[in-house]
Design a protein around this ligand. Structure first.
Ligand code: FE2
Length: 293
């Protein structure tokens, strides 16, 4: 496993982002009846360009997750699924198959079309994870579908000077870069485990739109004088800046820090088809119904 200790943090950054809006997720169900919390992609927060959706699923009640997500299509964007606990199996019509296990992630580029299933590989116990939908620029929406399984050991960890640990799925902390890269949106995806008493400074490139989402404990976001506390399950949209400071409100905490370069293109979404015009969405529906995915 790649591990690094950040002993010489960049001094040229000001980590001056704070929170401009906060929102709680809405309980819903998707797939064949999986209970989840939709945090981005609701009437309260439609999207944060280039992100279309964020779902958190977390339950130790088998009836909440057993039905899974049987075969369904996607076109025009990417999904990043990150598992904190539990196991799911992915299978798609391009011949990819993989296990999503605790600490691992799956990065799927639907491109011009994929049909896949995401089903639990367990009949009891805790399932906890996130699915993020990342938009593709118009020019890349019809690209060849691709799929990458990232096991826990494929995701580098950085220990910050104050003891907090950052798992870098996408973006960079110091000179450690995450495996999710090579996209026009330059996605940053950090899982930050905040150590007691530490003020963790995380780089979030200027010009990116982003958010902080605490999923264990409450997190104080921002520099002194601009601090704002986010409770567990409360998403905070970031103001502009070059980075963000986080600390656990009490004891320790854990949060996602996610950001990307906004596309600034029209978004026309019909369920799992996300394109830039109504005609492109109609074409996606016709192509799917005709078995062209
Ligand atoms: Fe899916």
């Amino acid at each position: 496993m790649a591990q690094a200790t950040l002993s010489n943090p960049s001094t040229t950054l000001t980590f001056d982002r704070s929170i401009r809006q906060s929102v709680r997720g809405m309980q819903t169900s998707d797939g064949a009846g999986v209970k989840l919390t939709r945090v981005v992609g609701t009437p309260l927060l439609r999207r944060i360009d280039p992100f279309l959706m964020l779902d958190e699923f977390r339950s130790d009640e088998p009836q909440d997750y057993l039905a899974g997500f049987p075969d369904h299509p996607h076109r025009g964007f990417e999904t990043i699924t990150y598992m904190i606990a539990g196991r799911f199996r992915h299978r798609d019509n391009k011949g990819h198959e993989g296990i999503l296990a605790a600490g691992g992630a799956q990065w799927m580029t639907a491109g011009r079309g994929i049909v896949h299933s995401e089903m639990p590989e367990q009949e009891e116990g805790l399932v906890h994870g996130f699915q993020l939908w990342l938009n593709l620029p118009r020019k890349d929406k019809m690209c060849e579908p691709s799929y990458r399984d990232l096991q826990s050991e494929d995701i580098p960890r950085v220990t910050l000077p104050g003891g907090s640990v950052v798992r870098v799925l996408g973006g960079a902390v110091g000179d450690v870069t995450g495996p999710i890269s090579g996209r026009a949106t330059e996605p940053v995806y950090l899982d930050v485990e905040l150590a007691r008493g530490d003020a963790a400074d995380l780089p979030v490139p200027a010009g990116h739109e982003g958010f902080v989402y605490p999923f264990a404990g409450d997190v104080v976001v921002g520099r002194p004088g601009h601090e704002r506390t986010l409770a567990r399950g409360e998403l905070g949209v970031l103001t502009p800046g070059d980075g963000v400071r986080l600390r656990a409100k009490d004891g320790s905490a854990r949060a996602l820090v996610v950001a990307g370069k906004p596309l600034g293109e029209p978004v026309v979404q019909y369920g799992p088809f996300v394109m830039t015009t109504p005609e492109e969405v109609e074409q996606a529906v016709r192509d799917f119904q005709a078995g062209r995915f």
